[in-house]
Design a protein around this ligand. Structure first.
Ligand code: 2HA
Ligand code: ZN
Length: 270
């Protein structure tokens, strides 16, 4: 059996958490990530028949039964993942109709999965129905997007259009736009269900006055998506208080659609 610390998925998870911390998106224990893995990937490094602990998930996710996830731990700091991956991360498999998590590696201090586990698992289930290649759900507290939820309308079309207008790349990177949830109590099944519902129509879901959820086929894609939206929000905050002289018009957005083969969310462009 190979050393799990040499596994590409573990190395990438460590690099991603460190990078997100460095971006200031994951202060203290803020943020959480789940990465879906295949049994063949995992079984090169661990004995998949050796269950260390069974942890009740607190919900049911039947479509995820038997699936493997590398997840960040509750109360753990992204900045520390690189120094003690086996304490700050856990590798688990959902069992019993997706109602239990079987810990196979990690959480070595007796810890458990992120408090946002319901939102992650429900979002994976939702994304897989619209994109079978989705493997990552990523939550963080990007400064500018979070700030924007205090001063901008939370209407999804208006929020999306503002972000698209802030950098030319935006409509290419997230033509499906961003969905927005008004403030809800975090860590609950309710916010999990609401997030998953929003994930069916967009890979980005803003949690007002809290942060952001992103989804992607891999860690790079989810990170890049969040990075692009966060950049747009940063531009917005730099200009929002100034007289607007120029913008990207809907006509120009249509040119981008044609050139880059993307289709903007139905009804979002004139
Ligand atoms: O884990 O970000 O939403 C800390 C959080 C909860
Ligand atoms: Zn959070």
């Amino acid at each position: 059996m190979k050393d799990i610390l040499t596994a590409p998925f573990l190395i990438e998870m460590i690099r991603t958490t460190a990078n997100m911390y460095a971006h200031g998106w994951d202060e203290r224990n803020g943020g959480n990530i789940s990465l879906m893995l295949s049994e063949s990937e995992v079984s090169e490094y661990i004995d998949v028949n050796r269950v260390l602990r069974t942890i009740p998930a607190g919900f049911k996710a039947p479509s995820l039964e038997g699936k493997y996830f590398l997840v960040t731990g509750t109360g753990k700091y992204f900045k520390n993942v690189q120094y003690a991956p086996d304490v700050n991360l856990g590798l688990l498999r959902l069992a019993d109709g997706g109602s239990n998590a079987q810990l196979l590696w990690g959480f070595a201090d007796g810890g458990t999965f992120t408090s946002e586990f319901p939102a992650h698992m429900m979002s994976h289930a939702a994304r897989l129905t619209v994109n079978p290649s989705n493997r990552v759900i990523m939550h963080c507290h990007p400064t500018n997007l979070l700030a924007m939820t205090y001063v901008h309308s939370l209407d999804e079309k208006a929020f999306t259009r503002t972000l698209w207008q802030m950098c030319t790349e935006c409509i290419i990177v997230f033509p499906d736009g961003v969905n927005v949830l008004e403030w809800l109590l975090c860590g609950t099944n309710e916010i999990g269900e609401a997030t998953a519902e929003k994930m069916k129509t967009s890979r980005l879901v803003v949690w007002a006055q809290h942060g952001l959820y992103g989804a992607g086929a891999d860690l790079d894609e989810a990170f890049g998506l969040i990075e692009t939206a966060e950049k747009a929000a940063e531009i917005y905050l730099k200009i929002a208080h100034l007289p607007l002289v120029n913008t990207i018009t809907d006509e120009q957005m249509h040119l981008l659609e044609g050139r880059y083969g993307v289709k903007a969310r139905e009804g979002y462009l004139a």
